[in-house]
Design a binder for this molecule. Sequence first.
Ligand SMILES: *[C@@H]1O[C@H](CO)[C@@H](O)[C@H](O)[C@H]1NC(C)=O
Ligand SMILES: *[C@@H]1O[C@H](CO)[C@@H](O)[C@H](O)[C@H]1NC(C)=O
Ligand SMILES: *[C@@H]1O[C@H](CO)[C@@H](O)[C@H](O)[C@H]1NC(C)=O
Ligand SMILES: *[C@@H]1O[C@H](CO)[C@@H](O)[C@H](O)[C@H]1NC(C)=O
Ligand SMILES: *[C@@H]1O[C@H](CO)[C@@H](O)[C@H](O)[C@H]1NC(C)=O
Ligand SMILES: *[C@@H]1O[C@H](CO)[C@@H](O)[C@H](O)[C@H]1NC(C)=O
Ligand SMILES: *[C@@H]1O[C@H](CO)[C@@H](O)[C@H](O)[C@H]1NC(C)=O
Ligand SMILES: *[C@@H]1O[C@H](CO)[C@@H](O)[C@H](O)[C@H]1NC(C)=O
Length: 910
Amino acid sequence: MWRTSLKVALLNFLVHAVVLQARDQSGFISIDCGGSNSTDDELDIQYISDDDFISSGEPESVNSDLRSYFVQEQLQNLRSFPKGKRNCYKINNITIGFLYLIRLQFAYGNYDGLSKFPEFDVFLGVNKWDTVSVGADDNVNVNTVIRMKEIIHRASREYISICLVKKRGTPFISTIDLRPLKNDTYFTPSGGSLVTCSRQDLGHLSSTSSSSISYHRFKDDPYDRIWTRSSKQYAEWAMLSDSNTVTADSFSQNDYQVPADVMRTAITPANASDPLVVQSNIPTAQSDEYHIYMHFLDLEFAAGLINNPIREFNILVDNMPLSEYLVLPSLSAKTINTTVNNEINITISFQMTSRSTLPPIINAIEAYRFIPFNQLDTFQADVDAITRIQSVYGLTTRDDQWQGDPCGPAGYMSEWDGLNCTRQLDESPRISALNLSSSGLTGTIDLSLSQLTMLEMLDLSNNDLNGQIPNFLSQLHNLKILNLAGNNLSGSVPSILLEKSNEGSLLLNVDQNPYLLCESGGCKEKKKKPLLVAAAIGILVTLLVIVAAAAIVWTLKKRKTKKVEKTPREIKQDDDVSLNFKNKIYSYSDILKITNNFRKILGKGGFGTVYMGHVDDAPVAVKMLSQSSVQGYQQFQAEVKILMRVHHRNLTSLVGYCNEGSNKALIYEYMANGNLREHLLGTKFLSWKDRLCIAVDAAQGLEYLHNGCKPPIIHRDVKASNILLTENLHAKLSDFGLSKSIPTDGRSHVSTVVAGTAGYLDPNYYQSSRLTEKSDVYSFGVVLLELITSQAAIRMAEDDDDDNDGKTHHLSHWVSSKVERGDIHGIVDSRLGEDFDCSSAWKIVETALTCVSQNSNERPIMSEVLIELKNALAMELSRTNYGGGVNNNNGDSSVELVFVNANESTPLAR
Ligand SMILES: *[C@@H]1O[C@H](CO)[C@@H](O)[C@H](O)[C@H]1NC(C)=O
Ligand SMILES: *[C@@H]1O[C@H](CO)[C@@H](O)[C@H](O)[C@H]1NC(C)=O
Ligand SMILES: *[C@@H]1O[C@H](CO)[C@@H](O)[C@H](O)[C@H]1NC(C)=O
Ligand SMILES: *[C@@H]1O[C@H](CO)[C@@H](O)[C@H](O)[C@H]1NC(C)=O
Ligand SMILES: *[C@@H]1O[C@H](CO)[C@@H](O)[C@H](O)[C@H]1NC(C)=O
Ligand SMILES: *[C@@H]1O[C@H](CO)[C@@H](O)[C@H](O)[C@H]1NC(C)=O
Ligand SMILES: *[C@@H]1O[C@H](CO)[C@@H](O)[C@H](O)[C@H]1NC(C)=O
Ligand SMILES: *[C@@H]1O[C@H](CO)[C@@H](O)[C@H](O)[C@H]1NC(C)=O
């Protein structure tokens, strides 16, 4: 009955009326690699030649016999990179903070006659984005295939560099598209970006007739996203389509601006009483985080098919309800997003509520994989300086190698020739050595060198430099070797340089500069020096090489000993905590503003006091480190490091921090419902379903720390007061101050000073100081017991206890004794009355008790705990009004949604 046939002619007219206004190419950057300026007539997009974006590589064209496979002209040209390990495009005119959709296409077209598709990596700046290859798929014709890579990225610099790094064969590229997106639509924190996995127009079959298009993009889509259609009709889905309701007004409230032509179709269950189920076909890795965007627009009300229509359904992602229910706003587009971790195949089901008169629908869906971008670009001032040096001395084509980030991705041996960098954990790499010996430099010694403040070695020997030796060279405090020999420098050597040379802190060579004036002192000695200098340079270079091998230790040590002489401001910059997430760092005066002079206290802990605050109107919690707390400072650092690294919907997220002298603060998202302990012991009441959802949430957070993080992280302080609740009672684990990473060298534990909270502390760990994941499992078991009973972990013995001796007792002993008597109602919080599912209660009690086993080998691992909890939740949900469908979606009603992997698709070749 839902398959209403359509008045297609009318529909097309309406849709075009809607999209006309959306045509706007402002901000689009479309590059035809290896090609010339041209306009793609069909898309009406202007492509420009890549000449201004890269200095290396060879322009090529696809084999002329294969041209017909690449209808779009920009795909017929390409640029190949036979030389150099890394070649980079640099695209300027980028606005920092803007969100960009970046799309690369690779059409090989047998341009080199080898019929062999190469394999290479693409990097966005210094971070690896993906590998381009055809893989092992025998069905792919390497000569006609088009590979596509797409990413949504928030710009952090005024340029974007896209680098191709050689693996097998010669890297090449056909097109680069940059499309600015509306800010705050897709999730892109500073630590990573979203890679497109799928973007699908549901309810639209791709036509077999070659004349009609099988996707939508610009101009239908103002952001030029490519929406693909299903290739297959599934028996379980009915296609739904309706034009009358789709008007410009439908989109006025929606930031995502999905094309009208995509939204005018939807899928619904073929049998209205079945749930609608879509499943991804990508086996997702456990540590990956997927972001799903679902777009809805009701299509049937205007058709007047039903009186008093209600369309209301639950969305369950892997059996977890996403929100209580969704009432579709009748005539305007709505987008719902969610994050999925640790799943095999993502299953999303839509189940109508009992009062709904219409079955669920969905119009379009997008799936993205979050990739962390942990590597930091070279320090901006160093990049600016070296870029200027490059242009002043005409070094732009130096071996084709001075491209992309100067220090390059760590571990890729990709530093520019002639320069070396130092790296420190969590800090931007700095240029520490520059050797431009025999590079044909002319003119004077450029001022921009003074910006390379971390330089330890500068070799400008054997060039044609003239003018004076500038004073600024003596301001480079880290400089240990300065070689200016073999130039035409004149004037005198700055006295500070001579002093440094005399006292031995600088190895200075100014020989063979015929016009350089020799003053008394330094220059006299010079006569004796050449041999000495040469020998000394030899020794120092050796030292440098040794030192480079142990770079981190060395730089850390050096920094420590240096700290004393630094101004307070520099000390701040050298602190161990990352300072690179610039948008996340706040000054103390910011903190005063954010907290309105510490007006409202949210809570107090050993660490310090927590205050209410606001960042851009969003509520936040600001934790101030008490000034005396040394341990607090270590915890502060631990917390910043971990929260910068991990992102999960069940872990509290860090908005920022302040690290100004003794004023140290952590700023978290505000959790409106406080902590779980307050709920359990206080007057607020949690239903059984709420408790199970909280247990699942917290278990997911913990499971992610154990299994999703490399190396695994042990929380060490799992307890009810560290589980925070949002307005909707979603639970997030917090307080990573004691957390530890487990080294991945095969040891399964770390030895530490015992820390944690009484009542939650694993007795094994307490005795042995050997910390493993199982210690967290123990603590989590205690939390479960508290959730079930609403009682504190350590309690005074009561009258009905067998051994009432007035001492404290652990909750687990009390629960065990009740279990032996088979008394589940005596265990569960009496406020729940009969309003819970007994079998789910038994299940969770059993799970909790195995978690608190004295012997850690008997405890389950978190992923096992999670499965039990999810089962218990499913039991409870099937008892309440979530209906019977919850457990069914592995059965016949399950339908596979083909998540077309955009990376591997070829939608543009027709
Ligand atoms: C191509 O277009 C760009 C940008 O509009 C312009 O700077 C360049 O000069 C054009 N090149 C040619 C060969 O017309
Ligand atoms: C980039 O910005 C510069 C200066 O703002 C401007 O002159 C130039 O036209 C822009 N180039 C492009 C391709 O938009
Ligand atoms: C976009 O949003 C981010 C974070 O929400 C913000 O930092 C940035 O300034 C915004 N950019 C623009 C152009 O509004
Ligand atoms: C729809 O599903 C219901 C319940 O599963 C079943 O009784 C009915 O026969 C189905 N109808 C069709 C047309 O398959
Ligand atoms: C995941 O999807 C793939 C492809 O459809 C399928 O082969 C596999 O069995 C699925 N795995 C699970 C656990 O459903
Ligand atoms: C959905 O997106 C918004 C805006 O980007 C974000 O604030 C919110 O946290 C997202 N929700 C989920 C569940 O990811
Ligand atoms: C950089 O370091 C490498 C190895 O540590 C060394 O061989 C090379 O000479 C250094 N380059 C410069 C410019 O110092
Ligand atoms: C700089 O490079 C040249 C050769 O390229 C080499 O002879 C010289 O020793 C290097 N300088 C230093 C200080 O390593």
